[in-house]
Design a protein around this ligand. Structure first.
Ligand code: AIR
Ligand code: ASP
Length: 282
């Protein structure tokens, strides 16, 4: 059990992470567990060291995104398994971007895995364990008020920018970014303006990563499909990203002055805020 005793009651416990109250209002502590699940929890295990690797990998990726002006919930790393993040209202939609056919896309449409798509494909899934994260359309999202049209447009544009950026980043270390999932959250500034930021994690738990040379899978499919050592695969990604060396542990910001962080691009005006019901299954 890796959950520390001194954090109090979790605000939220997911399958691979726990969220605790942060040291200041508007912050949370995101703790990465070693637990790994697949098939909505049907298959589970604990892989020693996985939480540490995902904490490092996600920190690295979120920091690189911030550097190119894509705002995320990441503030700074606290320790091997924990990071300080901004508290945000999670939008109950998982955005998946695919470059190559795999996983549920290949299954759903009966196509082979490994086909290059003519252009990145953006899909949306409702974030609901109870319903098994069903595939949804933009129309559903707007009709059910899971997100406003402006928010949806921003999420899609951000997801495609992240895809461009991460495809290049992984290509540089001999890895194909096959697909990945993003989660987004809302934060508000003092004037009540709403901003969309990237939340959750970006790690081999949420991406499909294939070695360019050998085709070896370096992501959670290793666990889903019993292909070998998950720890080995994640460590290889971390090694190639250069996040295992101590000197390379990046800190986006030093100190705890999170209120000083510049806010992201304005998307929706203050009068729109508060009209939207937020799905409680997040
Ligand atoms: N994903 C989707 N829900 C949870 C996760 N982690 C990620 C998968 C994969 C992509 O989204 O890890 O990278 C597409 O998943 P699938 O199962 O729909 O093919
Ligand atoms: N949804 C995640 C996966 O695809 C986790 C889970 O299903 O338990 O593996």
């Amino acid at each position: 059990m890796t959950t520390p005793k001194n954090r109090g009651t979790p605000i939220y416990e997911g399958k691979a992470k726990v969220l605790y109250e942060g040291p200041e209002p508007g912050t949370l502590i995101q703790h990465f567990k070693d637990d790994v699940t697949a098939g909505n929890g049907a298959k589970k295990d604990s892989i020693p060291g996985k939480g540490v690797l995902n904490n490092r990998i996600s920190e690295f990726i979120m920091t690189r995104l911030e550097e190119v002006g894509i705002f995320t919930h990441f503030i700074k790393t606290l320790n091997m398994r924990e990071q300080l993040v901004r508290a945000c209202e999670i939008i109950p939609v998982e955005v998946v971007v695919r470059n190559i056919t795999a996983g549920s896309l290949a299954q759903r449409f009966g196509v082979e895995e490994g086909m290059l798509l003519p252009r990145p494909l953006v899909e949306y899934y409702l974030k609901s364990d109870q319903l098994n994260d069903p595939l949804i359309t933009e129309e559903h999202i707007v009709a059910f008020d899971w997100a406003y049209e402006e928010e949806l447009a921003e999420m899609k544009a951000l997801a495609l920018r992240v895809n461009d950026f991460l495809s290049g980043l992984f290509l540089g270390i001999g890895i194909k970014l096959v697909d990945f999932k993003l989660e987004f959250g809302r934060i508000y500034d003092e004037e009540g303006n709403l901003y969309i930021i990237i939340a959750d994690e970006i790690s081999p738990d949420s991406c499909r990563l294939w070695d360019i040379e050998s085709g070896e899978k370096l992501d959670k499919d290793v666990f889903r499909k019993d292909l070998g050592s998950l720890e080995h695969a994640y460590r290889e990604v971390a090694r190639r990203l250069g996040v295992l060396e101590k000197d390379n542990v990046t800190e986006l910001k030093s100190g705890n002055d999170v209120s000083a962080k510049p806010v992201a691009k304005k998307t929706v005006k203050a009068d729109d805020v508060g009209k939207k019901p937020v799905n409680d299954d997040v």
